[in-house]
Each structure stands twice: as structure tokens, then as C-alpha cells.
Design a protein around this ligand. Structure first.
Ligand code: ARG
Length: 569
């Protein structure tokens, strides 16, 4: 139980009120300054129930409140402030961190429940866009956070491998493609063909008809169409795997759009049974006027299905297969209408779990104020971006620590970590301004800053050669701790709460900000405090213990964000 919940429990007992402990806990605040206590309870919350002024309530609770780690309480201005016994509390918090290590902050909130997360989901035969990178990075961080709280997480890569565009691609390949070139650089070549098709189709609209015919053949299982499609899919997935390997991300399922081909008739039949399907200019739609939404296209005139149809089938499949408690879709803002329609249709079908579908939307990746786009042949190749970032990190390392072992590995961890951190440190709805130089700075709110703080603390520990379990056996409470240590211990003890907040709001930036705060506190501390050359052995041991706890929590924060924490850099 966190300190906050234990204080809430005792307030409940001392005040003898009807509110739940959880409710009381949600009212407890963290004062801005530690002179006002480590926690504070605003007593006006109970004023109605008590029919008394808050300052009297505070004084009353103070009289009977008892908790070992709380040294004293003080009733001020309607608040009851709690001052922790710093040595006792620090000993407790740090021991827990050292004992649990990476397991610190873990909970079993989600035990026996599962949450599916649809993330990354690039389109085959197209470059992996910056939007897909955002989805991958945000989705993976949310998956880690969700797992940390005890849920079973299913990471689904809903590959875009179906749709009329494959009719266009096959047409283009048949007309202008070369097997040789596709084999050498598959994505670039297929993308080029696709772009070329569009240019040509503007001059010659009959190409679009040809493409429609090819897609229909594909849907009907025509041998040649399927052969080409399978090939495009295979080479694309191979290229994507290289990216995932670099990002250190894996998936539980690659069931993409095509997977639902044989599962759509059921959905369409359901819609028909409920009388929800209407004809509109030969096509079939579900009207959503009463929801204030435009109609959703379910089937084209020629029987071809759409993105939305496949997502409907996927929603049912996932519910059946994973019995999710929540089903997340980490997809950019520009698809919010699509997900609104999806939910609205499920609601029309009286599906109770429609509310459990959550669109985790996010802003754009901007370069020089403009969208980093993949349209019209203007492609930003993600592999290139990752390479560049790694090269810049390697330069920085060369300058800072030329004798470092495993330089290349560290450069990758820093270069790629920098991009991920930069993406995750702001609330996901905001746009991200892509500027490699800013992301890679070792000062300021960057990934390298946090990684470097971690590596620095590790290096001090190495020099002091503390064993992993040095503290767990010791019973001494760190009596030497003062205000700076207090701030660090309080930060460390807030970890669990931060994870829960990140989960509740689907917001990994909470973790990134937390990591920056902790890294800053460490750097300030390190600048003011002797550690290795502290003469009092006991004081030194207490400081090392604090440092070791910091490394554990920084590393785990980075891990939740999907970022590595090299021990040396
Ligand atoms: N492939 C889609 C795109 O790139 C994203 C798919 C998101 N997931 C989903 N179930 N619709 O726009």
C-alpha cells in the first residue's frame, strides 16, 4: 500500500466518516513545499458531513491520528499536514525498491483481465510513416504500463494489407514494374509504382477501372492477383521487421485487414438483420444521422468491402478471441471520425462492449512546421532517420567518452531512445516537432539527459562497488538524510502513482516527465553532495543506497517508455 493510501486509511479511522478510503485518498494533496508537510488533507471535504469548520475538523483528526511513519501532524488553515519521519520512511521506501528492483511499482490491478492494443499498423507496399512511428512508440509505452499493472496485453499490428489500393498496385506492377527492382528495394519501388499509377490515372481514368477489376479478382481469390499480393506483403513485412528490431518492439499478432476477409459476411448479415443497411447510389451504407455522423460505407457497388467493414469484423473477432476489458486503437487524430462511426455502429447493434473501444489519438509529426509526409513521392524513410540519429549520438559519445566499450550499441540506444523520448514527453494529442539536434541534446528535457543521469549514477556505484543486495540486509535507517534526500525519496515513492495516472489517462508523458524530474533531482543532489569521498562510512552507505534506488527507478521508467538505459555512456 502506498503511503498516501495508508494515511487515507488512518484518516478514515480517526474521523470515523462514511467516505471510502479511496475517496479520501483522492483528496490528499502533495504540498508545494516540504515545509508544509509531505502530504496534506483539505478538511473542508468533510465540513458538510461534520457540520463544522475545517480547522476544527483538522484539529480533531490530529488528536487521534496515528501512523508509525508520520512523525507529526499540523493543522493549518483548514488543512491537516503530515510530516513523515524521514529516516524511517526512507528506509522503508528504499528497501522496497532494492528488494523489488524492476518489480518496483508493479501492481496486480489487472490480474486475470486483458487489454488489446492495436498499434503501429503500417500499410504494406508503402513506407513506414512518421505517424506509424508515433503509433508504435505510444502504443508500446501504453502496453508496457498496462502490463506493469498486471493486465495481460495483446499487441496487435493491424497491418494495412487489403483494399482497393492493391488493385492499383497490381495494375501498376503489371504495366511498369520490374521484378528485379522490387527485389532490390521493395518498399521504395512499390511506392514509386503506386505514385506513378496516380499520376497516370489522372491522365487516363480507365486505369482506375482496371485497378477495380484487379482488386475484385484479388477478393475472389484469383491466382495471379493473390500471388502478387502475397509477394508484396512478404517483402513489406520483412522491411518493417527491421524497423521493429531497431525499436526493440514485438507483437502478439500480425492479423491485418486481409485476415478479416472471410469474417465480414457475418457482420454484414448482422447489420442486415437489424435493418441498419441502406442502399445509397448502389453502395450499402449504415446511416448514423441520429449520432450526428455521416453515413458509414460498408460495401461498394461491386461488393468490395472497406476499411470500416474490416474494422467491424476485427472488433468482434478481438472480443471473442481475447475477451478484452478495453480495446485500444493507437491511431492518429485524422481517423477520429472512423472510430466514432465504428463505435456508433456497434451501439446500434446493441453491443454492450462498444464503450470499451478507445481511440488513443495523437497529433502529427512536423518538420519545419509541416507534416512529415509520405505522399507524392516525398518520402521520409524511417530507417534513414534512425540511422541519422544513431550517427549523431555516436558523435556525441565520441566526444564525451571516446574509450567507451560497445560504442555502437550505446549509440543506438541513445539515438533511438532520443526519438522515442521526444515523442513521449508531450501529451500525445500535441504535435511533435521533429528536430534531431534538439532531441539529442544531453541537457534539457531529453532522452539522453535521463539516460546520462542513469549512467552517471551507475558509474558512481561501480566505483564504490556496492553489491546489489548491500542494503537489503542492513537495518539502519538513513539518519543523515536532509531536505534534498527527502525530495528524492518522495519522488521515488510516487512512482506507483505516476504509473497509475499514465494508465488512467492513457498518457505515457506522465512517465517521461517523472523520469526527467527524478534525473534533475539526482543531478542537483550529485552537484552538492559528496558521495565517493564522504569520510563517514555510514553516511556514504546511505547515499549510495539512495543512488542505487535512483538507478533502478530511472531504468524502469525508461523501460516503460520502451527505451534502453545503458550503464555506461
Ligand atoms: N493501416 C492504417 C493506416 O495506416 C491504420 C490502422 C489502424 N488500426 C485499425 N484497426 N484501423 O492508416
Amino acid at each position: 500500500m502506498t503511503m498516501k493510501s495508508r494515511i487515507a486509511e488512518q484518516i478514515k479511522i480517526a474521523a470515523g466518516v462514511d467516505f471510502s478510503q479511496i475517496e479520501i485518498e483522492s483528496w490528499i494533496e502533495k504540498p508545494k513545499f516540504s515545509t508544509m508537510g509531505d502530504f496534506a488533507f483539505p478538511c473542508f471535504r468533510l465540513a458538510k458531513e461534520f457540520k463544522k469548520a475545517p480547522n476544527l475538523i483538522a484539529a480533531e483528526i490530529a488528536q487521534t491520528f496515528k501512523l508509525k511513519e508520520v512523525e507529526r501532524t499540523e493543522a493549518v488553515g483548514g488543512y491537516l499536514n503530515f510530516y513523515l519521519d524521514l529516516p524511517l520512511y526512507s528506509a522503508k521506501v528504499l528497501k522496497e525498491v532494492i528488494d523489488k528492483r524492476a518489480g518496483y511499482g508493479q501492481k496486480d490491478l489487472g490480474k486475470g483481465k486483458s487489454i488489446s492494443i492495436d498499434l503501429s499498423s503500417p500499410n504494406i507496399a508503402k513506407p513506414f510513416s512518421m505517424g506509424h512511428l508515433r503509433s508504435t512508440v505510444i502504443g508500446n509505452a501504453l502496453a508496457n504500463v498496462t502490463e506493469k499493472l498486471g493486465y495481460k496485453v495483446i499487441r496487435i499490428n493491424h497491418i494495412g494489407d487489403w483494399g482497393t489500393q492493391f488493385g492499383k498496385l497490381i495494375t501498376a506492377y503489371q504495366k511498369w514494374g520490374s521484378e528485379e527492382q522490387v527485389k532490390t528495394s521493395p518498399i521504395a519501388e512499390l511506392h514509386k509504382l503506386y505514385v506513378y499509377f496516380h499520376e497516370q490515372a489522372e491522365l487516363n481514368p480507365s486505369l482506375d477501372d482496371e485497378a477495380r477489376v484487379w482488386f475484385k479478382r484479388l477478393e475472389d481469390g484469383d491466382e495471379e492477383a493473390v500471388r502478387l499480393w502475397e509477394w508484396f506483403r512478404k517483402v513489406s513485412l520483412e522491411a518493417f521487421s527491421a524497423v521493429y528490431e531497431k525499436l526493440n518492439i514485438s507483437f502478439d499478432s500480425f492479423n491485418g485487414e486481409a485476415f478479416y476477409n472471410d469474417k465480414m459476411n457475418d457482420v454484414i448479415a448482422m447489420l442486415e438483420d437489424e435493418g441498419l443497411i441502406e442502399e445509397s447510389e448502389g453502395a450499402r451504407v449504415v446511416r448514423l444521422d441520429d449520432e450526428g455522423l455521416p453515413p458509414c460505407l460498408i460495401q461498394k457497388r461491386d461488393g468490395a468491402t472497406l476499411y470500416a467493414t474490416r474494422d467491424l469484423a476485427a472488433a468482434f473477432y478481438r472480443k471473442r478471441e481475447y475477451s478484452f476489458e478495453k480495446s485500444l486503437y493507437v491511431v492518429g487524430n485524422e481517423q477520429s471520425l472512423h472510430f466514432k462511426q465504428l463505435k456508433a455502429i456497434l451501439k446500434k447493434l446493441n453491443i454492450l462492449w462498444a464503450e470499451d473501444l478507445v481511440h488513443i489519438s495523437f497529433g502529427m509529426m512536423l518538420k519545419d512546421g509541416k507534416k512529415m509526409s509520405t505522399r507524392k513521392g516525398k518520402i521520409v524513410l524511417l530507417e534513414k532517420v534512425l540511422e541519422q540519429s544513431t550517427a549523431l549520438a555516436a558523435e556525441a559519445i565520441e566526444e564525451k567518452n571516446p574509450n567507451l566499450k560497445e560504442k555502437q550499441q550505446v549509440a543506438e540506444a541513445v539515438g533511438i531512445g532520443a526519438i522515442m523520448f521526444h515523442d513521449l514527453k508531450v501529451f500525445r494529442q500535441n504535435d511533435v516537432h521533429f528536430e534531431l539536434k534538439d532531441m539529442l541534446r544531453f541537457e534539457g528535457e531529453t532522452g539522453p539527459y535521463v539516460q546520462y543521469a542513469h549512467a552517471r549514477a551507475c558509474s558512481i556505484l561501480r566505483k564504490a562497488a556496492v553489491k546489489d543486495s548491500s542494503f537489503s540486509n542492513s537495518k539502519v535507517a538513513p539518519a543523515s538524510f536532509g531536505e534534498e534526500e527527502r525530495a528524492i525519496v518522495m519522488k521515488i515513492s510516487a512512482f506507483e502513482e505516476v504509473i497509475e495516472e499514465a494508465f488512467a489517462e492513457w498518457d505515457p508523458s506522465k512517465i517521461a516527465k517523472y523520469a526527467i524530474d527524478l534525473a534533475q533531482l539526482f543531478n542537483q543532489y550529485y552537484a552538492h553532495t559528496h558521495i565517493l569521498n564522504e569520510l563517514d562510512e555510514e553516511v556514504k552507505a546511505q547515499r549510495l543506497l539512495l543512488l542505487e534506488s535512483i538507478t533502478i527507478v530511472l531504468k524502469e521508467s525508461l523501460r516503460l517508455l520502451g527505451i534502453q538505459a545503458p550503464e555506461e555512456m
